[in-house]
Write a protein that binds this ligand. Sequence first.
Ligand code: NAP
Length: 508
Amino acid sequence: MAEREHEHVRVAVIGSGFGGLGAAVRLRRQGITDFVVLERADSVGGTWRDNSYPGCACDVPSHLYSFSFAPNPEWPRNFSGQPHIRAYLEKVTDTFGLRPHIRFNAEVRSARWNTDELYWEIETAQGALTADMVVSATGPLSDPQIPDVPGLDGFQGKVFHSARWDHDYDLRGKRVAMIGTGASAIQIVPAIQPTVDKLTVFQRTPPWVMPRADRKITRAEHWLHTKVPATRALRRQLLWSIRELQVSAFTKRPKELGLVQALAKAHMHRAVKDPALRARLTPDYTIGCKRILLSNSYYPALAQPNVDVVASGLKEVRGNTLVATDGTETEVDAIIFGTGFHVTDMPIAERVTGAHGTTLAEEWKDGMEALRGSSAAGFPNFLTIIGPNTGLGNSSMILIIEAQLNYMIDYLRQLDVLGGRIALDARPSAVHAWSAAIQQRMERTVWKTGGCDSWYLDANGRNTTVWPGTTAEFRKVTRQVDLAEYEVLRTQPGKVTEDAGTTVEAVA
Ligand code: NAP
């Protein structure tokens, strides 16, 4: 084969959050060093780098919300804060020697499948390269969403999103509007309430909030987890098992969540004495339909005299006055949008063009679909980490990421076994069958039956984000690539053959 004029790697990983760094570690452990990690920012960490808002912490216990291959006996709390999680990811980067692979400030502008050469042509802010395989680990929580509110452009005060916190802006003595009451907002509200003059929370839909069993990890525990690693593993195992046992209530028997709902109500009653405020804060849908939020300080903060809850969405901005859907008018100095992310319309999908000349966004315009959460039809050798229907409502996404990385490694192994210049393209029939089976399981879940609208659902009301099973099941179904679910593409001098039938049979 003629020598290439451009840089070529075996694998290009996009993003250096948990998914991208995890992919890099697994590749290295497999002895694969011919890869790059393309990162748009100037440091690693993904969503844990971008979300630096006051109070930012993970609501999954740290001993479970970490890589199985990189335990951290030093977690300071049950639910560690963003600075510690970010530091953990920096440490993983150094411990596993990942820095030489990472290209910072290398935002991927486009990735296009070359059907003749069977590789991806990638344009980045740092130049072009090609890759046999692309592993897209941009994550669903990377691109902030600010609603298109009429009049926002004319607002004279300060505006920012929770994931782009402006630390130079002093909130002291300011009249602040918090838009949204999701997982981010409920951490921000108690953190800024004591500082601001007046805080108005625009709550379109009230969340269910449960207590958070947070505490410091004691020195004795640190010692034990360092000296006797089995105790660390046992802790992780326990945290995992409890969450696995919860799954059937979400996916098959939402009625079992009644007790949890009663606990959440009692939690609110303890902190909020004003019945009118309680009425505004009480959801009208089954707990679990939207993500269950954990906080001990959210309700107490809402009960403070400098906080108002407007039980309505933000409709319009007139000068410096915010107008809610229910007509309430509030004048503020700053607006903080805790309005979430582009989850079902990930911007990276617009930049990836597959074998048929269409973008992933075009292919997914009626709903995201990917085989085993990873492979979209028509996008050969392209895997998405935290792809469609891989999200969890109650457990650690790191478990899902690691399962998908098992799949990635097996995918590469299969390419090696098949040999030559080769690619695997998910068969449309296999992708649809996978997706249909998931949608069928969705019918009984609390996300579908609980009576709420959430970011789990796309514009067509389909749940294309959450995995309707246990993490153990997900791990099982992603352990190996089933070649029967793929077409095998090979280059021949001057043309490409799609020789799935015979090759697949021969290999299988
Ligand atoms: P989110 O869950 O999508 O919440 C967005 C909020 O904005 C919702 O309350 C939504 O109301 C509201 N909203 C949207 N448009 C609005 C409008 N025009 N007026 C008023 N309210 C409006 O976003 P997020 O809180 O950033 O969280 C996103 C995800 O990040 C979470 O679900 C979670 O997976 C993750 N996260 C995790 C942690 C953690 O501890 N692990 C912490 C933060 C975030 P509706 O409910 O009516 O749509």
